[in-house]
Design a protein around this ligand. Structure first.
Ligand code: PEP
Length: 250
């Protein structure tokens, strides 16, 4: 049966020294938590953070990676580099990668397959823009992102996949989807995963919610049947607010 995963996406915040300090503060929370806890610092912070969390239950993820293993790809970071640091997970297809940097479902799928090939877990983000929601296309967009993002994966591969449903209009805006609205899409995404794979895979897949999750709304969101954790930006940047999120079920 699936567990909960509370994850902090630090985006382009924290210097290496600040990242180590925050990671050290999160280690005891992760060790005492009754859910999985993950943080995703920026690439340059990963070496120091990996060192700081050694031996703990805290999962460290990269925020992205290249769709190639190595070569002439200036500015990119390879899965081989992440593996060498001991990184075990990678966030892929975040809306900022899709909408600011133009990543397509096809490129994201290449990255997903490459990460899995090298034994990394993947946190695959899906979610609709405000205009897509207003046009009644929220499900359609998420389904396409799931179908194309997970193309070519086996049922076994799915044990290393976490999905994050993040409505783009709710990310960093302070606007949260209501628990019922989020639950509706989570339930539909789980059905879509059952169609693409089978019921067992769907039941075992963690589907996180992301979009202005904070200590004040986390309990109501996590109480929904198909919401299995959160991918959190703003509220993950301070130890005390992240602690309240990690301890949502205590
Ligand atoms: C995110 O970074 O994926 C996110 C959901 O950000 P925020 O919690 O700040 O909305």
């Amino acid at each position: 049966m699936r567990s909960y995963m509370i994850a902090g996406n630090w985006k382009m915040n924290k210097t290496p020294a600040e990242a180590v300090e925050l990671a050290k503060a999160i280690v005891p929370m992760a060790n005492a938590a009754n859910c999985e806890v993950m943080i995703a610092p920026s690439f340059v912070c990963l070496p120091g953070v990996m060192d700081a969390v050694k031996g703990s239950k805290l999962i460290v993820a990269a925020q992205n990676m290249a769709n190639e293993e190595e070569g002439a790809f200036t500015g990119e970071t390879s899965v081989l580099m992440l593996k060498d640091l001991g990184v075990k997970m990678v966030v892929l297809g975040h809306s900022e990668r899709r909408h600011v940097y133009g990543e397509t479902n096809e490129v994201i799928n290449e990255k997903v397959k490459l990460a899995l090939k090298h034994g990394l877990r993947v946190d695959l983000c899906v979610g609709e823009l405000l205009e897509e929601r207003e046009a009644g296309k929220a499900e359609e967009v998420c389904f396409e992102q799931l179908e194309k993002g997970l193309a070519g994966l086996s049922k076994k591969d799915m044990s290393n996949i976490v999905i994050a449903y993040e409505p783009v209009w709710a990310i960093g805006t302070g606007k949260t989807a209501t628990p019922d609205d989020a639950e509706a899409i989570h339930g539909s995404c789980r059905k879509k995963i059952a169609q693409l794979f089978d019921n067992e895979v769907a039941e075992n897949t963690i589907i996180q919610y992301g979009g202005s999750v904070k200590p004040e709304n986390v309990k109501d969101l996590m109480a929904m049947k198909n919401i299995d954790g959160g991918l959190i930006g703003g509220a993950s940047l301070k130890a005390d607010s992240f602690e309240a999120l990690v301890n949502f079920n205590k």
